[in-house]
Write a protein that binds this ligand. Structure first.
Ligand code: HEM
Ligand SMILES: *[C@@H]1O[C@H](CO)[C@@H](O)[C@H](O)[C@H]1NC(C)=O
Ligand SMILES: *[C@@H]1O[C@H](CO)[C@@H](O)[C@H](O)[C@H]1NC(C)=O
Ligand SMILES: *[C@@H]1O[C@H](CO)[C@@H](O)[C@H](O)[C@H]1NC(C)=O
Ligand SMILES: *[C@@H]1O[C@H](CO)[C@@H](O)[C@H](O)[C@H]1NC(C)=O
Ligand SMILES: *[C@@H]1O[C@H](CO)[C@@H](O)[C@H](O)[C@H]1NC(C)=O
Ligand SMILES: *[C@@H]1O[C@H](CO)[C@@H](O)[C@H](O)[C@H]1NC(C)=O
Ligand SMILES: *[C@@H]1O[C@H](CO)[C@@H](O)[C@H](O)[C@H]1NC(C)=O
Ligand SMILES: *[C@@H]1O[C@H](CO)[C@@H](O)[C@H](O)[C@H]1NC(C)=O
Ligand SMILES: *[C@@H]1O[C@H](CO)[C@@H](O)[C@H](O)[C@H]1NC(C)=O
Ligand SMILES: *[C@@H]1O[C@H](CO)[C@@H](O)[C@H](O)[C@H]1NC(C)=O
Ligand SMILES: *[C@@H]1O[C@H](CO)[C@@H](O)[C@H](O)[C@H]1NC(C)=O
Length: 346
């Protein structure tokens, strides 16, 4: 990339490079109006595809917001999670937190196809994930918001980083707080964003450690409700199929509401990383936030929106960095680049 941009800087094209870079510096920030002239219907198009997908897959909205989260925590919100294996890419899809777990790629591809028809080579895959996250929340009964846009797509992925920076369900609260803090997200953001577990599913592999022999105690997790325990043991028997899924929110599984937080109050969080937000003895900031969001769904929604915008702002590529991928699963072919002012084969 840098070699092709330096080779493109012959006198005339070099001048163009300078103009483009100067232009990008003046609007390096994301903006809700980024596509207002170039693709004004972007959110409706995304919403339409998700609505259709929801008719056969009630879980798809949850899967899509999770993709945005797992994109943003690895080298910023740059669409890197969507890249498949290739000669130059070691796909993040196969990192331990993602492998056989993240889903929704077919719907992302359907959205991209619709957008390439409506506004060719304009909307990045990273922005598709950000808009899809918002529309998924909104379609499930949660808040709507104006998504900040203008991200560009990476030409690289980093599977190792995905293994390091994505939190796991058995990690202690102080570790998870630190991981969010590394991304510029505070404890309020952590609790609010964890509220995304108000919809979607999790596999037995992610919580079975709580059901039979928690922390080598020979007993279940004491912070798991004794009425809920046999239900979960029935879903995830010892030596059973660890890929079986169950609802993250047993109360309203497909609705985006604040029931996730009231579940925690009655010890009915599914993952250890959920329940410790309430059952911790070390951090009562998270306990107070859980209580607040249980008592006041508006407070949850308002805080969630602020935190989603913060998460969506993690290290985006803007201006002329990266590219607008034409196919979210692969880097553009540099010899046929149509977004190629800077990167055209010179
Ligand atoms: C706080 C740290 C977090 C941990 C440890 C965590 C962990 C997990 C795990 C283990 C699963 C189940 C995956 C599987 O069984 O395949 C899951 C699912 C999910 N996560 Fe998280 N998560 C966290 C934060 C977040 C955040 C910040 C969001 C979004 C803002 C999010 C959204 C989701 C959604 C919607 C699902 C369900 C996905 C589906 O049904 O396909 N999670 N998470
Ligand atoms: C915007 O997209 C929606 C969903 O695809 C479609 O129904 C609507 O007609 C579009 N509006 C315009 C102005 O193109
Ligand atoms: C991802 O999962 C697949 C299927 O279980 C497995 O074949 C593959 O080795 C895994 N990838 C990595 C990098 O572990
Ligand atoms: C989005 O922005 C528009 C104007 O830019 C404003 O009218 C609208 O209320 C905003 N919507 C939300 C949900 O904040
Ligand atoms: C991938 O991420 C790891 C962990 O942050 C880092 O050490 C490594 O340098 C990165 N690899 C590349 C090619 O950037
Ligand atoms: C697990 O057990 C160890 C040793 O008994 C204890 O120090 C630790 O606090 C326990 N962790 C949890 C999460 O209960
Ligand atoms: C366990 O769950 C039931 C049903 O939701 C609830 O009535 C009970 O209070 C819960 N127990 C604890 C200790 O929270
Ligand atoms: C938080 O913990 C501190 C010290 O343990 C205690 O003084 C305070 O009352 C607690 N606050 C809440 C809201 O539980
Ligand atoms: C709920 O939270 C909102 C802030 O999001 C606040 O304006 C409102 O006063 C709160 N309601 C109550 C009953 O505390
Ligand atoms: C609850 O959250 C709202 C919105 O963030 C905030 O205004 C209010 O002060 C909080 N209340 C408590 C008791 O933490
Ligand atoms: C990338 O892999 C996904 C499955 O994870 C597949 O649906 C998609 O067609 C692939 N895209 C490309 C460009 O190979
Ligand atoms: C395209 O990029 C590859 C490396 O990614 C490079 O080897 C090749 O020379 C480039 N082709 C052109 C036409 O720039």
């Amino acid at each position: 990339m840098s070699s092709s941009s330096s080779s493109c800087c012959t006198l005339l094209i070099g001048l163009l490079c300078v103009v483009l870079l100067g232009g990008s510096l003046s609007h390096g920030q994301l903006s809700p109006t980024f596509y207002d002239t170039t693709c004004p219907n972007v959110s409706n198009i995304v919403r339409g595809i998700i609505e259709e997908a929801l008719t056969t897959d009630a879980r798809i909205g949850a899967s899509l917001i999770r993709l945005h989260f797992h994109d943003c925590f690895v080298n910023g919100c740059d669409g890197s999670i969507l890249l498949n294996n290739s000669a130059t890419i070691e796909s993040e899809k196969e990192a331990p937190p993602n492998n056989n777990s993240v889903r929704g790629f077919g719907v992302v591809d359907d959205i991209k196809t619709a957008l390439e028809t409506a506004c060719p080579a304009t909307v990045s895959c990273a922005d598709i994930l950000a808009v899809a996250a918002e529309e998924s929340v909104s379609l499930a009964g949660g808040p709507s918001w104006n998504v900040s846009l203008g991200r560009r797509d990476s030409t690289t992925a980093n599977r190792t980083a995905a293994g390091i920076f994505l939190p796991g369900p058995t990690q202690p609260l102080d570790v998870i707080i630190t991981m969010f803090s590394t991304m510029g997200l505070d404890t309020t953001d952590l609790v609010a964003l964890s509220g995304a577990h108000t919809f979607g599913r999790a596999q037995c592999s992610t919580f079975i450690n709580r059901l039979y022999d928690f922390n080598s105690s020979g007993n279940p997790d004491p912070s798991l409700n004794t009425t809920y325990l046999p239900t979960l043991q029935g879903i995830c028997p010892q030596n059973g199929d660890l890929t079986v899924v169950t609802n993250l929110d047993l109360t309203t599984p497909d609705v985006f509401d604040n029931k996730y937080f009231s579940n925690l109050q009655v010890l009915e969080g599914l993952l250890n990383s959920d329940q410790i937000l309430f059952s911790t003895t070390e951090n009562n900031d998270t306990v107070a936030l859980v209580n607040n969001f249980t008592a006041n769904q508006t407070a949850f929604f308002d805080t969630f929106v602020v935190s989603m915008i913060k998460m969506g702002n993690i290290s985006p590529l803007t201006g002329t960095a990266g590219e607008i991928r034409l196919n979210c699963g692969k880097v553009n072919d540099n010899s046929t680049e149509s977004d190629g002012l800077l990167y055209s084969s010179m």
